[in-house]
Design a protein around this ligand. Sequence first.
Ligand code: 9MR
Length: 375
Amino acid sequence: MDRRQFLLSSVGALVSAVTAKTGLDWRGKRLSAQETRIEEMVRGPSITLRSLADKVGIDIGAGGINTVPFYKDPDYKKIIAREFTSLTPGNAMKFGVIHPRNNYGDERDYNFEHADAMLEFAEASKMKVRGHTLVWHMQNPRWLDQGNFDRRELIQVMEDHIRTIVSRYKDRVFAWDVVNEPLTINHESIPIFQGIGPEYIPLAFRFAHEADPSALLFYNETQAHNLDEKSNMVYEQVCNLLDEGVTIHGVGMQMHVSLRYPPNLVQVAKNMRRLGNLGLKVHVTEMDVKTETIDSSTEDKLEKQAKIYGDITKVCLDEEVCTSIATWGVTDRYSWLKEFTKNPEEKPLLFDADYRAKPSYYAVKRKIAERVVKI
Ligand code: 9MR
């Protein structure tokens, strides 16, 4: 953003705040009472995203929460607690982190420290927690990857793992990503898949349900939000699980998208609806929008990004089946995408690197505020 654009956008924010007070927009046009209320909600400095989300009964989650800033950067926690209704740890509950050893065959093999710290923080901040994730093909400990377990042993390992974690956080984690990216896996690299076969999925759901019958259990998949071959496969798999009588409550649409490949809103809505027709819920679990995939000015990229965030918020509000939207990170400063894309300029989230609210933040707020005035 150059100086002129920065000034214009600062003036824009100021004018919006004034607008709400005077009932006039920046051109002097009179706003309706409803528009004024929306402006007040969007720009009112004391009105947070979470306070609006609570009004419409949607969960707005801070996902991908990382331990380093969590412990070291007080502003990180402040913004999470202020703006979001739920928290998803980024790595603290992954197999390799939470279950790093296999020496004792009991809880001494686990490291609950970081997951516990995040849960305690979330509870103190009156936030819910999504558990992420019980079975994935990545971030597994070496003892599991290289353990040469036979099928019976692997079922035992998976069962112990799931029962230990889910029962420890019983009634505290409201939803679990039981299996993560099961259609994305490189079958060579997931010992649990190799050793157990595709039945690892219904088994994982069964162990999780038995350990906490009140937790919502999700099948979390990436790049399966539009209607295409992959989302059809997700649909088919969850139909099969339901037919087999497996307890599954929902599908997680990760929603890692970009300005170059924005989600197709009509397809996302239809996809959500067909899952809803099966009696399932949909959570948008890991949303972020890569900016550095098109050539344009920063201001234009941020506006385009805001449109995508706003659009997905609206789709989720419109489709009853969608009850949660979580972003994967909160500030551009710590997004996993900076490292992954090797581009320090990436700005995929709702808050910039200095914790200033971005157009995307206001776009999400605006869609929720529009819904509030309709209630
Ligand atoms: O946010 C996570 C990041 O810190 C890790 O380095 C990365 C390892 O692959 O996993 C990230 O989170 C992933 C999530 O668990 C599942 N969906 C894709 C996310 C981004 O890779």
